[in-house]
Design a protein around this ligand. Sequence first.
Ligand code: PLP
Length: 306
Amino acid sequence: MEERQVYISGKMVPESQARISIFDSAVMLGDTVTESTRTFGHVPFKLEEHIERLYKSFKVTRIDPQCTADTMLKITQDVLAANLGLMGPGDDCWIVHNVSRGLAIAGADPTVQLGSATVMIFTQAMNLLPWADYYTGGCHAVTPMSRAVPSQSLDARIKNRSRMAYTLAEMEAKLVDPLAQSVILDVHGNVAENKGGNIFLVSDGVLKTPTTANCLAGLSRQVALDLARDLGIPAVETILQPYDLATADEVFFTSTPYCIMPATRFNGMLVGDGTVGPITKRLLQAWSELVGLDIAGQAQAQRAAS
Ligand SMILES: Cc1ncc(COP(=O)(O)O)c(C=O)c1O
């Protein structure tokens, strides 16, 4: 099988030749910022916005990628172009950026750097199977015992790869139900986010989502808010608690790969009448129109072919 071409610190190489040091701060410290963009019909969606968020993460974490945002955009487009031939006509891919601070020392001071940032960019075939059934049946949203890292320690708006807390939280949710999706609470007990997505509810016709005080400013979250505005659906960013999800008419998650993932159960209780609600469906429909591709249909086609 033909290998992917990946980008690593200045070079495009076949994936089997891409290497980082065991002393890279990505490994030593999980000291890495990241972005995941997806394509629709092989065209990147909101790539400029992803790069903009990446550069905000660089600013706050003081990671120097050694290139401008325009150059990063161009390199990213080159990585995609180099791999387009690997995608089937109905398939799409992720474009992932992982940028660590670079070679660190295994010593007393983790801030001592021996080299410049390690910039890694790769594409990954989009496997939509994990979400395919949720567009119609909805998933089970579950609150794990582990809480989100407070933004006072690591601002949730920094899209980072220090993911042990969120991985443990997701595992805890899956101990309750192997198909559960985590609803991670913050240290105050307010709804924060999913390990890889944002959370919305609909109550009395109003769309509600937590403010970015405790969650990533998800680009899909913003698309959902923009579509709601265009459709005349009132929306607010506010504090939400598990009670609000338990009593909501509709609940869904947003994230780059699946866009909208409806939840029809919350901690074992039915959400609304236990079916995917009308506002969730309208938003998903509008999103499909925006990108010119049947989002649920693409995942379901993968399911049918699997
Ligand atoms: C913790 C977290 N929250 C939310 C999101 C959703 O962000 P986006 O919509 O930009 O994919 C992600 C995406 O990976 C994430 O990792």
